[in-house]
Write a protein of this length. Structure first.
Length: 412
């Protein structure tokens, strides 16, 4: 088990507040083909490129849309407000929604009501002073109904990352704060780029996202260094040993599953196909969405800090780098990508659309795989500070506003 120096920076404003001097982006590489309806990338509008040969997306199923519905026929309806700095929403395969408040609490929303007291309050051990610090991630064990285990990712009072397991009490709406079992401690030399996302994959393993260590530009080269957890997605077996084991098919023989990431703040698995979508926060110019098809063996290098999106940063295009399937620039007040979810709810016209957004501008895009390539479309200008998206067991998609509100996509 490795300990890593992680550089952290304001969670959502990572891309726009960095003080390091960026290398100027070069023109869009010829391998990138924006959709015909999209403006040039320097306008801040999402651009797309075909999947790479080794990570090609499967063809859409017969139930997935190949064009976008009219977004004006839908709206984001508020389901709860008055939260304190919400940053994530998860479910435990029942009617409840579990909302992370960055200060160190997990709240339950049930039948439209915010329950009290908190499901879990570990604010006594969570350090949330930095804008990218706090209680950041939550994932329920696939057999949560049987074992009551769930996992969290937070920064402690020293600013270091902790990934830990907790357990529910006999009261299903109350967890035991004293049940903590620490899986990993990761040293953090800076306050930014903590990552924080946790999710169980369709293979039953726990995936954890860690940023590159912060400070701007990855000065220590962590994202490309396989001797540190920083700038990586880890893959852990939380069932075969205590507190965890390394899955036998991990590509490097340790916890690392993928690398070359700057700050994978939010990622998610498509609940139907198992495909993985990663929103990786950019430096000063480009935000990106990365894609891994279900069943891929791991070992992908997403390119940071050699590339920022599809643009040279500290090097140039080279063999072995997996480019993003979508990117957008920092025009029009945009600064920091927030990865979302593939819609799998009750509105078939949205089926298969991946939602993602920008923290600073509140812009929401959709992404689909169509005609052998990827198409991105601007859908909404919400004005929200989009800290995260969420999804319930029925596949409906939620938008989380850091200002304290959560909304769900519904027909007008």
């Amino acid at each position: 088990m490795k300990r890593v120096l992680l550089v952290i920076f304001p969670l959502f404003l990572t891309a726009c507040l960095l003080t390091s001097t960026p290398r100027p982006p070069t023109p869009l590489p010829a391998t990138v083909t924006p959709t015909a309806t999209q403006p040039p990338p320097d306008t801040g509008t999402a651009t797309t490129q075909p999947p790479t040969e080794t990570l090609a997306a499967p063809p859409p199923t017969s139930t997935e849309v190949t064009t976008f519905p009219n977004p004006d026929a839908y709206t984001w309806e508020t389901v709860v407000s008055g939260l304190e700095r919400p940053v994530n929403l998860q479910h435990a395969d029942d009617e409840r929604l579990f909302i992370i408040e960055k200060v160190g609490r997990i709240r339950i929303l049930q039948a439209g009501n915010l329950l009290g007291p908190a499901f879990l309050d570990i604010s006594d051990r969570v350090g949330s002073g930095g804008s990218e610090q706090g209680l950041l991630g939550l994932a329920f064990h696939p057999r949560y109904a049987e074992n009551g285990f769930f996992f969290v990712n937070y920064t402690d009072k020293n600013g270091d990352t902790v990934i830990a397991r907790y357990q529910v009490t006999a009261d299903p709406n109350l967890a035991d704060p004293n049940s903590e079992v620490v899986l990993l401690n990761v040293d953090q030399p800076f306050q930014n780029h903590n990552g924080g996302m946790l999710a169980f994959g369709p293979d039953g393993y726990l995936y954890a996202g860690l940023g590159d260590g912060g400070s701007g530009g990855d000065p220590f080269g962590n994202a490309q260094n396989l001797n540190t957890f920083l700038g990586k997605i880890l893959r852990l077996d939380v069932d075969s040993a205590q507190p965890y084991a390394v899955p036998p098919d991990n590509p490097f023989g340790d916890e690392i599953w993928a690398y070359g990431l700057r700050n994978p703040w939010r990622f998610s698995f498509d609940q139907l196909t198992g495909d993985l979508y990663i929103g990786d926060v950019g430096q000063n110019s480009w935000e990106e969405i990365d894609f891994v098809p279900a069943g891929a063996p791991g070992g992908m290098n997403f390119g940071w800090n050699i590339m920022e999106g599809t643009h040279p940063y500290n090097g140039g295009p080279q063999d072995g780098l997996v480019p993003p399937v979508a990117e957008y620039g920092h025009g029009q007040g945009r600064c920091s990508v927030t990865g979302g979810y593939v819609y799998r709810g009750t509105m078939p016209e949205w089926n298969g659309v991946y939602f993602y957004g920008d923290y600073c501008s509140g812009t929401v895009w959709g992404l689909i795989h169509s005609d052998g390539g990827w198409q991105a479309q601007l859908l909404y200008e919400t004005g929200a500070s989009i800290s995260s998206f969420g999804q319930d067991p029925a596949g409906e998609v939620y938008l989380i506003d850091y200002g304290g509100q959560i909304s769900r996509l519904v027909p007008r």
